[in-house]
Write a protein that binds this ligand. Structure first.
Ligand code: NAD
Ligand code: DAU
Length: 344
């Protein structure tokens, strides 16, 4: 199978490539090879260091480019006889979407549209779209979790752009019969997570003995999933998911940001004096939770890594990979962070 993975140099995309190349090694006797082409623009969030260990794998190839580029995407599909596109590429950070939505509209909406168009024009290539639970909006304290029947109610430019991309994917299935699937997942964490997101930001700040900025009252709730569990779910959907369907993926692991913060502080041997309460995020969604019964019943998936183990492994990874995150934190990102966050 020849797979075009977009956004494969980012957090989840790179974990997925590593997962796939390990699970389906090159030339296993009698089994078809899985060839992966990674198309990534290498924005601030893309990092080829994530993929150093597979650079020389004969079943892996990197192409630098934009998912909005019709000529390039068409060529890649043709030259590599692509059977399946898995679309991870996106602008992914809610705070950045509040500061400047343009890139979110371009990549998340126009980029997804371009990939769909190229998939359709190149002979109805199978298309899996990676999306988020944020498209469903915000839950009240006693509401049941989001599922595949929940109506869309995005509230940030990021989630609105992802909602638009989901609708485009569905429209290509219903209108043109393009063989699509969509997955809407809750918050991921694990290795290679860019240190602007709360878990890697807090871990790396604490490793540097810096304060950790908790938004608002710290009582917003997120449903945490270890990234490898997400990769396993995607692997199942691309092989056995029903065409035209959506799958909700979650961790069954709701935590307030305060609970998360105290768990990190405890594992890192730090005290609560490291917390700095800062101004809240505009339009901050209060609670996300996922009911993942469908993927559990249809494909036999459930999360396997507990929050305690996942968080410990993640902290260990950041302790052992200081040069990875220090390079990021001391580069261009530092200027952005100073300008936009430290004055909050
Ligand atoms: P990320 O920001 O870490 O990585 C995004 C990648 O996309 C980067 O490598 C970047 O260079 C690339 N990219 C951006 N614009 C591009 C363009 N125009 N053309 C080609 N490449 C481009 O994001 P992530 O956290 O790994 O998220 C991946 C996907 O999963 C996104 O679609 C996101 O919406 C979705 N998602 C993320 C989470 C999460 O918790 N991180 C949860 C659910 C869904
Ligand atoms: O739910 C899935 C989504 O999870 C994905 O679609 C997004 O791509 C991904 O970035 C993530 O979005 P969140 O906004 O939930 O993640 P973030 O890590 O930015 O924030 C998690 C929570 O922590 C949120 O309630 C805001 C809070 N927070 C965040 C940061 C960066 C803080 O309190 N302090 C911070 O410094």
């Amino acid at each position: 199978m020849n797979i075009l993975i977009t956004g494969g140099a980012g957090f989840i995309g790179s974990n997925f490539i590593l997962y796939m190349l390990k699970k389906y090694p090159a030339s296993t006797a009698g089994k078809p090879d899985y060839k992966i082409i990674n198309l990534d623009l290498l924005t601030y969030a893309g990092n080829l260091e994530n993929l150093e260990e597979v650079e020389d794998n004969p079943n892996y190839k990197f192409v630098k480019g934009n998912i909005t580029d019709e000529k390039l995407v068409t060529e890649i599909i043709k030259d590599n006889k692509i059977d399946l596109i898995v679309n991870f590429a996106a602008e992914s950070h809610v705070d950045r979407s509040i500061l400047g939505p343009d890139a979110f509209i371009n990549t998340n909406i126009l980029g997804t549209y371009n990939l769909l168009k190229c998939a359709k024009n190149s002979g109805d290539i199978r298309f899996h779209h990676i999306s988020t639970d944020e498209v469903f909006g915000s839950l009240g304290p006693d509401d049941p979790g989001f599922d595949e029947m929940t109506s869309y109610s995005p509230r940030s430019p990021y989630s609105a752009s992802k909602a638009a991309s989901d609708h485009l994917v569905s429209s290509f299935f219903h209108t043109y019969g393009l063989p699509t699937t969509i997955s809407n997942c809750s918050n991921n964490y694990g290795p290679y997570h860019f240190p602007e997101k709360v878990i890697p930001l807090f871990i790396t700040n604490l490793l540097e003995n810096k304060k950790i900025p908790l938004y608002g009252d710290g009582m917003n709730v997120r449903d945490w999933l270890y990234v490898e569990d997400h990769c396993r779910a995607i692997d199942l959907i691309i092989h056995r998911g029903k065409i035209g369907e959506t799958y909700c993926i979650g961790g069954n692991c709701e935590k307030t940001n305060k609970e998360l913060t105290y768990a990190i502080l405890e594992l890192m041997g730090k005290g609560e004096e490291m917390i700095e309460f800062v101004k809240d995020r505009a339009g901050h969604d209060r609670r996300y939770a996922i009911d993942f019964s469908k993927i559990k019943n249809e494909l036999g998936w459930k999360p396997e890594v507990s929050f305690e183990d996942g968080l410990k492994m993640t902290i260990e990874w950041y302790k052992n990979n200081e040069s990875w995150w220090k390079k990021i934190k001391s580069g261009e990102y530092q200027k952005y962070y100073k300008e936009n966050y430290e004055k909050r």
